[in-house]
Design a protein around this ligand. Structure first.
Ligand code: ADP
Ligand code: MG
Length: 521
């Protein structure tokens, strides 16, 4: 039976669109605080309960809104920040899509209280329906209170992480925003306990307050910031904060450039801490790519790479080596398609890896060999082998994984003697039983006995952990089931790095609808 086509109600559209703006409580906090910043607030108070699922309240002393604007503000695509598409070229505010308030109020019990100096207005909305609009008493500024997140979309509620995990995500979000806006006093309270409280201060003091002391200062053209000593580098990237025109951005390209700036001072697989601020003309970056705005494109990525590398090496009192060697080095370019992609793609097809936690609620569309296809404002193609290699690699890096005795030792042939030490380092129990022959008695739990030989072959071929995990995963599986794909995708969310495989190739790419369309013209 064919169904009649009906236009969706505004309410339904908002509920669907909410999925794109409102990923989790942390993304709501981000949107609300950014609105307060856009409104020129100098004091912002954030209060949460139950990891933001029970309550998120953001109170500011910004410009506030009059009654008419307050009503408009909760409608979709209502924004005071741009007027025409051209305004996107010179964006100076955080928000611009006019979607956040509509989306948040569509999936919660929502209250807005605001006063622009001409009198206060209070608007109550439940699941997208306006319940009441009335005058209220309030000083100039705006308070937004959101309760019972996803109360009307139980399926989405199920996919929320635990309150503790959400509190951690919100804390990181608030800290990041506070780093970018040292002139603003922030207060952040969770379950009645003060987590962060700052006064307006200099950026360096703010960085120290939030991240801790980092002794190396960078001041080089449009870049300023602090970086950690090489010996304080970590095995993860949580200590890395980058801001472009005050927007928090994670850019693997810039993270690489910073690392290169340390030269040979860093141990392998270690990541220096940094808080770096880049201020460039809005024309040189494009932020209108992702609703969460964590992604940017640079018009000249190579130049940006060199700029960061140079700025960091200068902090060590060094000029970069000769210019020609700088030029001959090509920065890793995860923003462009791999060289071996079909020619029609490499010409005008821009594939962009993104950074954000993709909730599992995203609908998987299909698994094609070792690719998973997801839909989300266009399509995502995830290379499952690369994802698998990333997951494996991070397991390899962790010291304590359990081992499992084998019922029958495996006998394997090895090419060189040093490998015993390397294998032992990975938690593999082995002993010599002949020239070039090893008996394997126990394997770490992540490695199955049936896959050991191909793992060993990959290890001997790749020598390094990175190469070995990638090679191993390529040899292990050519096809994945949908269930395997989803569970890999889930595991990837827990990885420190979920964008690049251990060889620093992108794990996923985004294919935008208009690009796809342009291939057919
Ligand atoms: P956007 O920020 O993309 O414009 P939002 O849905 O986040 O869209 O907000 C819609 C509009 O509501 C904003 O353009 C702004 O005019 C107004 N607004 C939202 N929050 C505040 C606030 N805290 N103070 C003053 N105005 C606000
Ligand atoms: Mg906004």
């Amino acid at each position: 039976m064919a169904l009649k086509i009906l236009k969706l109600s505004e309410e339904a559209i908002n509920k669907i669109a909410a999925g794109e703006v409102v990923e989790n409580p942390a993304s709501i906090v981000k949107e609300l605080v950014e609105n307060s910043l856009d409104a020129g607030a100098v004091r912002i108070e954030i209060t949460i309960e139950g990891g933001g699922i029970v309550l998120i309240r953001v109170e500011d002393d910004g410009s506030g809104m009059n009654g008419e604007d307050a009503l408009l503000s909760v409608e979709r695509h209502a924004t005071s920040k741009i007027r025409t598409a051209e305004d996107l070229e010179s964006l100076e505010t955080m928000g611009f899509r006019g979607e956040a308030l509509a989306a948040i109020s569509a999936v919660s019990r929502f209250e807005l209280k605001t006063n622009d100096g001409t009198g206060g207005t209070s608007i109550q909305i439940e699941g997208g329906r306006i319940i009441s609009v009335k005058p209220c008493a309030r000083n100039r500024g705006t308070t937004i209170e959101m309760r019972s997140l996803f109360f009307n979309t139980p399926a989405r509620k199920k996919f929320l992480k635990s309150p503790a995990a959400n509190t951690a995500l919100i804390t990181r979000t608030v800290e990041t925003l506070a780093l970018a806006h040292p002139e603003v006093a922030f207060s952040f309270v969770s379950q009645g306990g003060v987590i962060l409280q700052t006064v307006p201060e200099e950026w360096k003091q703010r960085v120290e307050k939030i991240i801790g002391k980092m002794p190396l200062e960078i001041a080089s053209g449009p870049i300023r910031g602090l970086v950690s000593l090489p010996e304080e580098a970590k095995s993860h990237r949580r200590g890395q904060y980058l801001f472009i025109n005050r927007r928090p951005i994670f850019s693997p390209v810039i993270a690489r450039a910073v690392k290169m700036g340390y030269g040979t001072r860093l141990a392998e697989n270690s990541h220096p801490g940094f808080a770096l601020f880049l201020d460039i003309s809005p024309q040189e970056v494009d932020v209108n790519v992702h609703p969460q705005k964590k992604e940017v494109r640079f018009s000249d990525e190579k130049a940006i790479f060199h700029l960061f590398q140079k700025a960091v090496s200068r902090a060590f009192g060094e000029e970069m080596e000769s210019f020609s060697s700088t030029l001959s080095f090509t920065p890793p370019a995860p923003f462009s398609f791999a060289e071996n992609s079909p020619p029609m793609f490499s010409q005008n097809f821009k594939a962009i890896p993104l950074v954000f936690d993709l909730p599992i609620s995203e609908r998987p569309l299909a698994v094609i060999d070792h690719f998973l296809l997801l839909q989300r404002e266009g399509f995502f193609l995830i290379d499952l082998q690369a994802a698998h290699a990333r997951v494996l690699f991070e397991t390899l890096g962790r010291k304590k994984t359990g081992t499992q005795m084998l019922l029958q030792p495996l006998e394997v042939f090895v090419e060189n003697e040093e490998i015993v030490e390397e294998l032992t380092g990975l938690g593999i129990d082995c002993r010599w039983i002949g020239k070039s022959t090893l008996a394997i008695d126990a394997l770490p739990t992540w490695l199955e006995a049936s896959g050991f030989e191909s793992f060993l072959a990959a290890w001997q071929k790749g020598k390094k952990r990175e190469a070995a995990s990638v090679n191993y995963c390529r040899s292990l599986k050519k096809k994945y089931t949908l269930d395997e794909a989803i569970s890999l995708w889930q595991e990837l969310q827990n990885c420190e790095e979920c964008q690049l495989d251990p060889n620093l190739k992108p794990i996923w790419i985004k294919i935008e609808k208009q690009h796809l369309q342009s291939l057919f013209t």
